[in-house]
Design a protein around this ligand. Structure first.
Ligand SMILES: Cc1cc2nc3c(=O)[nH]c(=O)nc-3n(C[C@H](O)[C@H](O)[C@H](O)COP(=O)(O)OP(=O)(O)OC[C@H]3O[C@@H](n4cnc5c(N)ncnc54)[C@H](O)[C@@H]3O)c2cc1C
Length: 415
């Protein structure tokens, strides 16, 4: 596939853009692959990409029941940061954040990574203590983050009302190299790079069953026919329990709607990402000028990609309190995704009871930021059959053995 470059754009400009290759073709499935990845979200595509790039495994199919990136990957609010509390989390999220720094160059695709800085407001004494503790832990883990004062919050984001009526801003946890990226572009960039390595990305193809013999997976039954495989990677976020049931095991996952909304576009007024976890809302401004807003998960399990209305109301109320200048802003769109929540709010990257079947899920409300690091670690797990250092603590056995990686503070509403 031809590389994108300034010269390519100039050349195509002279010939009515007639010479571009398709970013990824739409092949029919082959009868067998070395690895089948179910789910063409960011994590599935990144898994395939690093299987090819780091391990030379290229006879790979990524199978998607809808359209590529149409799950949570294309529905999230794109916050990227790595200041989690526990060591295993800090390691995988920081690996991911650092991969984002050069992802556009690696993929030869502009993912619009914007390290504009992410702040999590401390609005109670409890949060002040929690965030100071996280900053200390991050210092030991080699993750750059700092606890900043309310005055510094105001300097970095002048539109915040720091003397709010209910919860004045007392300070914030600030990660200057956190930020955002364009979510679709991340999926598209990985897809194009996978196709370039000869992998098949098969959209509109639902996996309906998992075929097995003697304790190993032999293939999958899909809406486009049966496909045999040497190894199976299940990377389907909110539908992980459904796939696990097809394969005959259970996962400690609950699937819940999480929603977001965007406003009409306005002039640039905020160049950082702000999360206000106590009042429950967060906001950033997209390159188009829309205010991108997110709230919490619904209080019940469901598979509808909408989210309930009262959350919109609560979230907007919380943000108007924090940013009074948005009080007359019109909202344009609202949508939801199905997030896969574990009890300790940490992901699962694991072997399963089936010898050649691996699962990657449980990223819940915060897995967009983890896409490159998760793909890197999952590729290692699939290729070697054993987890590497990044995935070692995230196995399914932690739930049986009581070795939880408790990130409920970092990942409650905070993405
Ligand atoms: C509203 C919202 C806001 C969020 N905000 C943030 C944020 O700011 N920062 C952050 O880091 N994270 C955020 N997240 C979380 C993040 O989006 C997810 O953790 C991440 O995108 C999960 O990626 P994935 O590739 O695992 O899943 P997905 O992108 O959901 O991909 C899974 C794919 O599997 C496919 N699939 C399912 N079943 C089958 C089947 N039977 N056969 C074939 N294919 C199947 C689905 O169609 C889907 O495309 C947010 C999520 C939501 C919903």
């Amino acid at each position: 596939m031809r590389r994108y470059s300034v010269f390519a754009i100039a050349r195509e400009g002279f010939r009515q853009h007639s010479g571009w290759d398709r970013a990824w073709p739409s092949p029919l499935p082959k009868s067998r692959y070395d690895v089948v990845v179910v789910g063409a979200g960011g994590h599935g595509l990144a898994t395939a990409y690093y299987l090819g790039r780091n391990f030379g495994i290229r006879n790979v199919a990524v199978i998607e029941k809808g359209w590529l990136g149409g799950g949570n990957t294309g529905r999230n609010t794109t916050i990227i940061r790595s200041n989690y509390l526990q060591d295993p989390s800090a390691a995988i999220y920081e690996k991911s954040r650092s991969l984002y720094e050069t992802l556009s160059q690696d993929l030869n695709y502009n993912v619009m990574f914007s390290p504009r800085g992410v702040m999590m407001l401390a609005q109670t004494q409890h949060e002040v203590r929690g965030y100071k503790r996280t900053a200390e832990a991050n210092a030991l883990q080699g993750v750059e983050t700092e606890y900043i004062s309310a005055q510094r919050v105001k300097e970095l984001c002048p539109i915040i009302h720091i003397d709010g009526p209910r919860y004045p801003v007392l300070g914030a946890l600030w990660q200057a190299r956190g930020g955002t990226a364009r979510h679709d572009a991340v999926a598209w960039g990985y897809a194009r790079a996978c196709a370039d390595m000869g992998m098949d990305i098969i959209e509109q193809c639902e996996v309906k069953g998992v075929t097995q013999a003697n304790g190993v997976v032999t293939g999958v039954q899909t809406s486009k026919g049966d496909i045999a495989c040497g190894k199976l990677a299940i990377v389907v976020a909110g539908h992980s329990s459904v796939l696990a049931e097809m394969a005959g095991f259970r996962l400690p996952i609950e699937s819940m709607p999480l929603q977001a909304l965007v406003s009409e576009p306005i002039k640039p007024c905020m160049d950082v990402v702000v999360m206000a976890n106590t009042v429950h809302g967060y906001m950033s401004q997209s390159d188009k000028g829309e205010m991108v807003i997110g709230g919490g998960t619904d209080g019940y399990n469901a598979y509808n990609q909408r989210g309930s209305f009262h959350h919109v109301e609560e979230t907007v109320r919380a943000l108007v309190e924090t940013f009074p200048i948005i009080s007359r802003l019109k909202m344009l769109r609202q949508w939801g995704g199905i997030v896969d929540m574990t009890g300790d709010r940490s992901p699962i990257l694991s072997k399963t009871p089936l010898g050649n079947c691996f699962v990657n899920c449980g990223w819940g409300t915060g897995g967009f930021k983890a896409i490159p690091g998760s793909g890197w670690a999952m590729a290692e797990l699939v290729a070697r059959g054993e987890p590497g250092p990044l995935a070692a603590d995230f196995g399914l056995n932690r739930f049986r053995e009581g070795r939880f990686i408790d990130e409920s503070v970092a990942a409650g509403v905070a993405h």
